[in-house]
Write a protein that binds this ligand. Structure first.
Ligand code: IPE
Ligand code: MG
Length: 257
């Protein structure tokens, strides 16, 4: 029985404590490939299988939002070859995967600096098409954080609010957390409950800074291509053992999760 065929042991889960939103920092593709004497791009190819197995696991577990960091605003500084590969790959996987995701009831969404002239037009069109085609789905919101940087997201939101204030459409006193949330890439995206970063690194790397105010973190020591639905389940089980207090005192009986 391959790991993918092995049924997910959902009996380990507390169904009342399923995280609503899980963030994935996919890290370690390059190291996975290097360890096998392969080019870095082979690691990204292997990482695709890991991602979509994890998506199926998220559907089975009942997670409603899954955000995957597929290309960061800082990734442009990689070699030209790798950047070109990642642009092509991010586009190609949409075309190959979207019917299957659609059939699972997955709504595909994108968060990032999409007006960036460095993004090929065709890629931008395929993202818009995928979003449009799956917009009625409600089993899982799968967000591709593509050309995403959280500081930029917050700055763009601040700029939107400033221009509304300058035009008289928004009072300065009405600029609060809800107002800024409404100016982010996906205003209805809930706070992230659990962030998973593979590969043994312990960094946030400009991912969901605003949304992660009360996130729990989980750092499996495995490289991203070795991640799968079972690893996701392990992460959720660990998450369920955490005492989330959101700033309240630990002796308050009604303060968790
Ligand atoms: C993550 O793996 C791939 C992306 C989402 C771009 P890396 O390419 O960062 O792999 P390492 O960290 O070099 O091993
Ligand atoms: Mg890395």
């Amino acid at each position: 029985m391959t790991p993918v065929d092995r049924p997910l042991d959902t009996g380990r889960l507390d169904l009342d404590l399923i995280p609503t939103h899980v963030g994935l920092i996919l890290d370690g593709n390059g190291r996975w490939a290097n360890a096998r004497g392969l080019p870095r791009t082979a690691g990204h190819l292997a990482g695709e299988e890991a991602l979509f197995d994890t998506v199926e696991g998220a559907v089975e577990i009942g997670i409603k939002w899954l955000t995957a960091f597929t290309f960061s605003t800082e990734n442009w500084s990689r070699s030209d070859d790798e950047v070109e590969f990642l642009m092509w790959f991010n586009e190609d996987l949409l075309l190959r995967r979207r019917d299957d995701l659609d059939a699972q009831g997955v709504r595909m969404r994108f968060a990032g600096y999409m007006e960036d002239p460095r993004i090929p037009d065709r890629n931008r069109e395929h993202m818009a098409d995928s979003e449009e085609r799956t917009k009625e789905n409600d089993v899982l919101n799968l967000v591709f954080a593509f050309n995403y940087g959280s500081r930029r997201e917050i700055v763009e939101g601040a700029r939107t609010l400033a221009s509304r204030a300058a035009s008289g459409d928004l009072r300065i006193d009405d600029i609060d957390e809800d107002a800024l949330q409404s100016a982010l890439y996906i205003p209805e995206m809930p706070d992230v409950d659990l962030i998973i970063r593979s590969s043994g690194e312990h960094r946030l790397s400009n991912f969901l800074l605003w949304q992660a105010a009360y996130a729990e973190f989980y750092f499996p020591g495995i490289l991203w291509p070795d991640f799968d639905r079972h690893a996701l389940l392990d992460a959720v089980v660990e998450y369920q053992s955490r005492d989330r207090r959101f700033g309240t005192a630990d002796d308050q009986p009604d303060s968790s999760p």
